[in-house]
Design a protein around this ligand. Structure first.
Ligand code: 13P
Ligand code: ZN
Ligand code: NA
Length: 281
């Protein structure tokens, strides 16, 4: 069934696991991800970021994601990722998304807080949840251009949460979008300090490229939602490449469809196991 993030992330916090939030840009990806969650009896978040709407338009993907969520035998959140303006956030809510993120990380803290509160209040009128970001995650959401990282200031956490009422907080602790140039240096001490400041569930963006050990330490340190996008795309491309180059015969379209769905299925299952959310639904 379709749910928002409140009960899902509270359960994850209580039982000490993380929920994977996977960017799914096609029907193949949505179906592969849901199948993985159902097979492993795991809650799951399907999401689509504003920068991805050129590839996967909101009004096309919303019914696909919502249909998958409603028919699923595990709890599913349909989340609008990295919303940059209220028009898009409202559009996602009107289409039935059960959760949204407002990304005001490029603004000074007080402006980010003010704008995030507007998004939170709007989402709550739809019984939807809202995530916001304090500090700025490295890289850009589409992995294209470099954006400097700005670590979350521990002292700002309480003010920001009290001033916004956010349901989940994305933090910057050395994590970055896209493939990491050097191996990531996740600041677990800072994570623990942030976690001590608040009861609000914490979100780790930039999941692709983070090691298994660091994932486990992140979940132990208080992360309840982990965003993964690039890793799925890389696995899809690798499998399609293998299919096309593995034989002189051209593959059929239906075979290619299956290969994409399988690539997402396997990648999502791998992450669910790493985040220890299997068997929790
Ligand atoms: P990656 O592409 O690094 O997995 O980051 C995903 C993300 O943070 C989506 O919001
Ligand atoms: Zn992100
Ligand atoms: Na990453």
């Amino acid at each position: 069934p379709l749910v928002n993030m409140t009960s899902m992330l509270a359960h994850a916090d209580y039982h000490g696991y993380g929920v994977g939030a996977f960017n799914t840009l096609s029907i193949e990806a949505v179906r592969g991800a849901i199948r993985a969650a159902e097979e492993l009896r795991s809650p799951i978040i399907l999401q689509l970021a504003q920068v991805q709407l050129d590839i996967a338009p909101l009004n096309y993907m919303a019914p696909v994601m919502l249909q998958a969520a409603q028919n699923a035998t595990v709890p599913v959140v349909v989340h609008f990722d990295h919303g940059e303006d209220m028009d898009h956030i409202k559009q996602a809510l009107d289409l039935g998304f059960s959760s949204v993120m407002y990304d005001g990380a490029s603004y000074p803290m007080l402006e980010n807080m003010h704008l995030s509160k507007i998004a939170v209040d709007l989402a709550h009128t739809y019984d939807a949840t809202c995530e916001a970001e304090l500090g700025r995650v490295g890289g850009s959401e589409d992995g294209s251009k470099d954006l400097a990282m700005l670590l979350t200031d521990v002292q700002e956490v309480k003010t920001f949460i009290a001033g916004t009422g956010v349901d989940a907080l994305a933090i910057a602790i050395g994590n970055a979008h896209g493939a990491y140039k050097e191996s990531p240096n996740i600041q677990f001490q800072r994570l623990r300090e942030i976690n001590r400041m608040t009861e609000v569930p914490l979100v780790l963006h930039g999941g692709s490229g983070i090691s298994e050990e660091d994932f486990r330490k992140s979940v132990k340190g208080g992360i309840q939602k982990i965003n993964v996008a690039t890793a799925l795309q890389q696995d899809i491309v690798a499998e399609v490449h293998k299919l096309c180059h593995g034989s002189f015969k051209k593959p059929s379209y239906s075979k290619m469809y299956t290969v994409i769905e399988e690539a997402v299925f396997r990648a999502v299952k791998r992450h669910i196991t790493l985040f220890m959310s299997d068997g929790k639904a």
